[in-house]
Write a protein that binds this ligand. Structure first.
Ligand SMILES: O=P(O)(O)OC[C@H]1O[C@H](O)[C@H](O)[C@@H](O)[C@@H]1O
Length: 315
């Protein structure tokens, strides 16, 4: 069932059954929020279709959002889940994307809210759909990347998980190549006691030391300085990547069709250099684990589609 956006709206109770508490959606000019009757919530900014907030039933925030993040459409959001497309970082050697700004244009474009979907019988999950296509791209972005494409981004809030899924379609006559990434900023208590497992024995490119060759380690990832690595986990996307904080597993990330995981923490100096990174010691309370397809290029022929997704479980 897909409903057109309402302001605010709620799911009708199923006739003949006990009236159920309802999923509530509110859709303003700049953002969409959805709450389950049990209290979990998600908030998405139309600018970039950036997930800004994901809270559990007790109201505890799971994503890190900079206090200095620009939410007015003047800059990509520093925090939450910005969407990277069609290039990760910059790619001066890849002609078709070489003129694009860092991480492409998806995170800097205004998306359309397409509506919500729910299952008839359940008020324990809600899916919000967002769209961006070459037709509603601004002229500047379209002139830098003149391909015809469609993006459908679905954000599904469940009681114990958040799923973000992106479908990319080639709607033009010529093939194009792209990279994509779900740049998730996780909120954590203390970076010095964070460990990430699931990336052991996997090759990675270390962007901090700039050495192009592949590294690898049999230990979980731990943090003691600026960290910026592109992993291609050997066990494949369905093997979970787990973030633990103070010895306790906090997030379990399972990927669909996204072969890479970027791990990023800017630490002291890099945070100091980012004008929208606040508080300045906020790097202690965040870690990015970013599911993506970035270590090579994905090619989409005319009419073809690519789907990539992550599901983040709280247990
Ligand atoms: O500052 P941004 O353009 O948002 O990029 C933030 C970070 O994104 C990724 O994690 C990259 O691997 C980093 O190299 C980059 O610094």
């Amino acid at each position: 069932m897909v409903d057109r956006p309402n302001k605010p709206s709620a799911l009708a109770a199923t006739p003949g059954l006990q009236p159920q508490a309802q999923v509530t959606i509110s859709h303003g000019n700049s953002r969409v929020t959805a709450s389950l009757p049990t209290g979990e919530s998600v908030e998405v900014l139309l600018y970039g279709a950036t997930v800004l907030s994901w809270k559990d039933a007790s109201g505890d925030e799971k994503l890190w959002l900079s206090e200095g993040a620009k939410l007015d459409g003047t800059k990509a959001v520093r925090g939450g889940i910005p969407l990277v497309f069609p290039v990760f970082g910059t790619a001066p050697d890849h002609e078709a994307t070489s003129k694009l700004p860092q991480h492409g244009f998806a995170r800097n474009s205004r998306w359309e809210f397409l509506g919500k979907s729910t299952s008839e019988s359940s008020s324990s999950s809600v899916k919000l759909d967002f769209g961006l296509s070459s037709e509603n791209l601004d002229d500047a972005a379209r002139s830098l990347w003149p391909y015809k494409f469609g993006l459908l981004y679905s954000v599904t809030l469940d009681r114990e998980s958040l799923r973000t899924a992106l479908v990319i379609t080639n709607e033009g006559d010529v093939p194009f190549e792209f990279q994509t990434l779900l740049h998730t900023y996780f909120k954590i208590k203390d970076i010095s006691s964070v460990q990430i497992t699931g990336l052991e024995d996997s090759p990675y490119h270390d962007k901090v030391d700039g050495v192009k060759g592949k590294n690898q380690s049999s230990d979980p990832v731990a943090f003691s300085g600026e960290t910026d690595r592109v992993y291609t986990p050997v066990k494949g996307p369905s093997h979970p990547v787990i973030i633990s904080d103070g010895g306790e597993a906090k997030f379990r990330i399972v990927r669909d069709n996204l072969d890479d995981v970027v791990v990023w923490n800017p630490w002291v100096d890099k945070s100091a250099g980012m004008g929208d990174f606040e508080p300045k010691d906020g790097w202690k309370n965040m870690v990015c684990a970013e599911a993506g397809a970035v270590s090579s290029w994905q090619k989409l022929e005319k009419g073809d589609a690519f789907e990539g997704a992550q599901t983040i479980y709280l247990k």
